[in-house]
Design a protein around this ligand. Structure first.
Ligand SMILES: Nc1ncnc2c1ncn2[C@@H]1O[C@H](COP(=O)(O)OP(=O)(O)OP(=O)(O)O)[C@@H](O)[C@H]1O
Length: 292
């Protein structure tokens, strides 16, 4: 089922340098899939996220042309609080996600449900469940401001997951995190996908996109310049010189393919690369062994 449809969208911020931040963007988001968005800095990824969650046009005014339809209804006809029930948003910087009005992690996670007027026993039940699920029991009584970047990001995820939205828009969640923090976040993203959530993720780490995403949009200068299944886009040699690049395994495969036309499929993750190289070595070592 299609959840979001964008048709021929152009957007210019109210204070601008004469350039549109989004130019003729069209896309379709279907239920239960993980969509990744990549592209250079300043190319419109965050702006696109802000359109998908209704921040544009509800908070950022500016000029919006074209159509954004969420669950069958034009974005202009949704209210922000209605949208917030359906679309969860996780910011690039977890520091800006913390509300600043709660002095415990438990309260922070409960805050969104309180705003919706959910009954207190129900709030407590749901917050406890999410805390258990994300394995952050030891953080529950801490002040959100005392947490590390990785811990804050986990709490930001918890505060969104507790609202149980159908769609999650996640903007560069791992940009401030070390490899362990990054893995933890991707475990959470994987879990949300398994729950049937629809996820739109801006992320630069191509190896993680190759592993987790279904479909990829490549943006440049306010436009979607390429899109398709992750396997197809990330093995496309045309993207090798583009700044957003290709995963290292695809680069290796493309290089080997140039040197030896019998190198098989271009791999996008490690297990595929290992399998393809084994196959390729098999052919060549056997040839060598038979003296041919
Ligand atoms: N609030 C704003 N007001 C005016 N212009 C803005 C605003 N936010 C972004 N822009 C401009 O819109 C363009 C797209 O920015 P955007 O933040 O969407 O890019 P991005 O791809 O998310 O970049 P990054 O990877 O650095 O986060 C840029 O030229 C940027 O300067």
């Amino acid at each position: 089922m299609e959840l979001i449809r964008v048709n021929n969208l152009d957007y210019m911020y109210p204070i601008n340098d004469g350039e549109k931040a989004l130019k003729n963007v069209s896309l379709s988001i279907r239920e239960g899939k993980l969509y990744a968005v990549i592209g250079k800095n300043g190319t419109g990824k965050t702006t696109l996220c802000n359109v998908l969650r209704g921040f544009i046009p509800h908070f950022h005014k500016g000029s919006l042309e074209g159509e954004v339809v969420v669950e069958g209804k034009d974005i202009r006809h949704w209210t922000m609080s209605e949208l917030a029930k359906n679309i969860g948003f996780i910011f690039q910087n977890p520091f800006t996600q913390i509300s600043g009005v709660k002095d415990t992690v438990f309260g922070e996670i409960a805050y969104g449900l309180e705003n919706l007027g959910v009954e207190v026993p129900e709030i407590k039940k749901r917050v406890k469940q999410v805390i258990q699920l994300l394995n952050i029991e030891e953080l529950a009584d801490k002040n959100p401001y005392e947490l590390s970047g990785g811990q804050k990001q986990r709490v930001a995820f918890a505060a969104v997951i507790v609202m149980d939205p159908d769609i999650l828009v996640i903007d560069e969640p791992t940009s401030q995190l070390d490899p362990k923090g990054t893995r933890d976040i991707f475990d959470m993203i994987k879990w949300m996908k398994e729950q049937g959530k629809t996820i739109i993720l801006v992320e630069h780490k191509l190896e993680l996109i190759a592993e987790h995403a279904d479909y990829l949009f490549v943006m440049n200068d306010g436009r979607i310049i390429t899109e398709g299944n992750v396997e197809d886009v990330l093995s496309n040699p045309a993207l090798i010189d583009y700044e957003a690049g290709l995963p290292q395994y695809a680069r290796l495969g493309i290089e080997l393919n140039k040197r030896s036309s019998d190198f098989g499929q271009i791999p996008i993750h490690r297990s595929q690369a290992e399998a393809e190289i084994k196959k390729w070595l098999g052919i060549h070592v056997n040839q060598g062994g038979s003296g041919s």
